[in-house]
Design a protein around this ligand. Structure first.
Ligand SMILES: [Zn+2]
Length: 277
C-alpha cells in the first residue's frame, strides 16, 4: 500500500505517539544547518541524493522544492503538536536568509506600501522600485536607498521583538481615561463604606489598597485601553516567529502605519497609536 505523508518529514507515529523519525530527523537539522552555512536549496538536494533516505516513497530524488518545504515548515520549531526538531532561532535565521534572497512577493509589498507614511509630514509616501527609494510627493522627502527586503526584515524583527516583550506595550498618552469594571466596582464599594454610620476601618483600608494596586497594575500593563488589550491578545496568540510570507494578515491586524525615515529606516505605529521602536 502506498504510504501517504500526513506528518512533516522527520516524524513518525509509534505506539500512538508522534515521535522523531531517527533517520529523517537529523536530515531536517542538516538541511537548516547547511542552508544557514550558505548552501543553495538545489545544492542541498544534491547532497541528499548521495545518501539513502528519501523524502517520500513516491519519488527517488530530492528536489529543491522538497528542501523549500522543509525550510518553511514552522511546525519543526513551534512545539505545539509535534516534538521540537529545531530551535525558533534557527528557523527565524533561515527565514530571514530566504527572504533576503527571494524577490519579495507583490502581496507583502503592497501591504507595506499601503501603510507607508512620511516621517517628516505624515503624508503617504511612494516606493520607487527603480531607485529603491521612498518619496514623499507632499514635502519632497526622499529616503536613502533601501531594498524592500531590508524593509521587510526590519518590520519582522520589530514585531518579533515586541512579541517577546509584551510588557513594552503601552497605551498612547492621550488615552489615559481609566476604565475598568473592577475599578468601577471598587469605587462604588468604597463610597458605600464611607456612607455607613460606623466605618469598618480595616475593610475600608483593604478596599483602598486593592484599588490602588489595581490602578497600578492597569497602568503598568496598559490594560485599560481596548486597542492595547486587543493588540496584546493578538500578539499573545502568536507564539511562533514573524514571517511576512505567511503573516500578512497579522501585520494588517497589528500595524496602523509604517513610518519611513529619511535614512530609509522604518518605525511602526501600532493600532493603539504606540510607536516602535
Ligand atoms: Zn513628507
Amino acid at each position: 500500500m502506498k504510504k501517504i505523508r500526513y506528518l512533516p518529514f522527520g516524524y513518525t507515529i509509534a505506539k500512538g505517539e508522534i515521535r522523531l523519525q531517527p533517520q529523517e530527523a537529523p536530515i531536517v537539522q542538516n538541511v537548516f544547518k547547511w542552508y544557514l552555512e550558505g548552501e543553495t536549496m538545489q545544492r542541498i538536494a544534491e547532497r541528499l541524493n548521495c545518501q539513502e533516505v528519501q523524502y517520500n516513497n513516491n519519488t527517488a530524488m530530492w528536489t529543491k522544492h522538497m528542501i523549500h518545504r522543509i525550510l518553511v515548515c514552522k511546525k519543526y520549531c513551534s512545539g505545539e503538536k509535534l516534538p521540537v526538531l529545531i530551535t525558533a532561532d534557527i528557523f527565524q535565521r533561515a527565514c530571514i536568509l530566504r527572504m533576503g534572497k527571494a524577490k519579495v512577493p507583490r502581496k507583502e509589498l503592497s501591504a507595506i506600501r499601503a501603510h507607508a507614511v512620511c516621517a517628516c509630514c505624515s503624508n503617504k509616501v511612494y516606493f520607487r522600485t527603480s531607485g529603491e527609494r521612498w518619496e514623499c510627493p507632499n514635502c519632497g522627502m526622499k529616503t536613502d536607498k533601501q531594498t524592500t527586503e531590508n524593509i521587510l526584515n526590519a518590520i519582522c524583527s520589530l514585531l518579533n521583538d515586541l512579541s517577546s516583550h509584551l510588557e513594552r506595550l503601552r497605551p498612547p498618552g492621550d488615552k489615559n481615561n481609566l476604565f475598568s469594571l473592577e475599578l468601577n466596582r471598587l469605587a462604588h464599594e468604597i463610597s458605600r463604606t464611607f456612607d455607613q454610620r460606623e466605618i469598618d476601618v480595616d475593610h475600608l483600608t483593604g478596599l483602598l489598597l486593592s484599588r490602588s494596586s489595581k490602578q497600578y497594575s492597569l497602568l503598568d500593563a496598559g490594560a485599560y485601553d481596548p486597542l492595547t488589550l486587543r493588540l496584546k491578545e493578538i500578539l499573545e496568540q502568536k507564539k511562533s516567529v514573524w514571517n511576512m510570507e505567511t503573516d500578512i494578515a497579522f501585520f494588517e491586524q497589528v500595524v496602523e502605519k509604517v513610518i519611513v525615515e529619511r535614512n530609509g529606516s522604518v518605525r511602526l505605529q501600532l493600532i493603539n497609536g504606540q510607536l516602535i521602536p
